[in-house]
Design a protein around this ligand. Sequence first.
Ligand code: GLC
Length: 680
Amino acid sequence: MKDLLKKLTIEEKLGQLTMIPPFFYIKDLKKEVFGALTDMKLSEEGVFQTGSVLGIQNHDEMNLVQSKYLEKSRHKIPLIFMGDVIHGTTTIMPTPLAQASSFNPSLVRKGAQASAKEALKKGLQVTFSPMSDLSRDPRWGRVVESYGEDPYLNYILSKETVKGYKSEGLLSCVKHFAAYGLSEAGQDYNTVDLSRLNLFEYYLEGYRGAIEAGADMVMTSFNTFEYVPATTNEYLLRDVLRKHLKFKGVTISDYDSLLQTIYHRTSSCDCDAAIKGIKAGLDIEMASSSYMRCLKEAANKDPEILKLIDEAVLRVLELKKKAKLFDDPYRSEHLLIDASHAKEAAYKLAKESIVLLKNESLPLNKKTKVSLLGKYATEKHVLGPWSWHGDPKDTDELAKHIKAEYMNDSESFFDYDLAKIKQTEHIILAIGELYHESGEAHSKADINLSSHYIELLENLSKLNIPITVVLYTGRPQVLTNALPYINNLLVHFHLGSMTSKVVSDTIYGINNPSGRLPMTFPRHQGQIPIYYNRLSTGRPYSETNPYVLKYLDVSNEPLFDFGYGLSYSKFTYKNLELSNSVATLNNLPTVKVTVTNESDVTGKTTILLYIKDEFASVARPVKELKQFKKISLKPHESKVVEFKLTKKDLSFYNQKLKKIVEPGEFTIFIENLEQKFTLK
Ligand code: GLC
């Protein structure tokens, strides 16, 4: 690729560092224009020098754009096509937050494999996924695209998602670097401010997992880090990403996030932004053209700029080589991929992604006379946000799976015929957020379950008929006032194409729910941010001392904890044992626990292993998830589950950002059991 680089003019080099949508090449293609795209200030010649394409409808369209482009390309360097396959392409998988509820890394990997097959067939070579932003604030619209609040779960699922894409040959771009999930007040695009220690200890873990698995690209985030926009932040892109995380691939901005540095007021104009971007280590500029318009002059004045441009272009050419575009710019072999198993992968993953939070009378018997109420009784758009090429017409509504004596899908809660409902034996209320109430630019200040649902539940509860609520939502919601009226509560974060079948199969026991919450459900939204791996503080709550961590009006406890989830089976955990209570780094304990299914129903459960470092040179969380295993147990079957502790489980970053382990006492928690050991 170095020989090819030498042949390029500066204009051709800068074109390789620019990404635009397909309708700039073929005018009558689907258009969606906002931000800098409204005026790219590019000539026809400039358009045909650009190097990568944002989004594509199908393989034919990709061929059309590629062939028209190559006709005009002097060196026949193919375009590379990238797009947002966040949770599926045509067959929509559960959203990432729903997938995180499964605590099943291998199903997540298989879902990514299925999505990759469809994406490649559609003409994409790169997906802008996984989104590995740690998310602790349910007001933020994009928590639905994340793997939730835990760094370890984020690390593992980001890693497995990239492995799934990679195994099929789909390149991946992990995003949004970095710490975008900490947007203040949960407001998308808002300020982010955190210490380097917080970044290294918690917020980098997801990106690290993706990069360790071989993510090919990293997308910069809209937010600032230490008051410098991530897109022009040399500390983030060179010191943290290249040196600390050892990333060698291509960096790309988010949608016109380079020009947004002008609105951040850290760039005086587009050419200032362009120079700051290339110096910081930004390779591709997405959906704006300041590189092409400004860096030729900058390179003429400063050879260092030209050197940085050459380094970036070489990485882009290597990326195209990795995508085998020089072998076949049309990737025709992808048309032969058998993507027919995507629905099966979606169903298996969705089955394990639904969470049972309260249960008095599920599963239902098919003979039970049911009233089916609520928007989702007949809503077909169950795909969640970022459902790429998913088509609601390909899904079916819940009513198709549930034979209801009485059904009402109207939002107006006073249309319900209580007299009719009284003739039935069980009420299923399928309610929640629609797909467009979460996702990018869809943050909410109020995450309480809407008052009309609470009013409806109160009215229905007077009928003394058991009520099952199925909550479809892109985020944790505050359910505190609704819970007393609910007998059985199922929650999911949008399960994709197979939603209705999975919800119905779970209600009737064909599917035994095994999901667990990847994010804390607040008792009151005033508690936000509330997450499980908090620090002790100097005044931890106590009943006796009034001057402690507390609110006057609300308890400190969440409504539902991270990791909480019920099953139709009854699991017990006994005999938590450590192989040795005094340990060295060369002889860390093996942890054993006996798990028994005390019920007559086969079920799956996830054993979550938490660690507490009792004393350290920096404050450590009250507990941290460090390993987990999901197992299936037949009725009355017991298994001894083993975990081998590792040095990584005990390590943390000190104030010098050095990863260390300190001797001392550690506590292991599994469910309500605990054991201690001392590290010498
Ligand atoms: C959007 C999103 C990013 C997405 C990109 C391309 O603004 O922030 O997640 O990948 O633009 O669509």
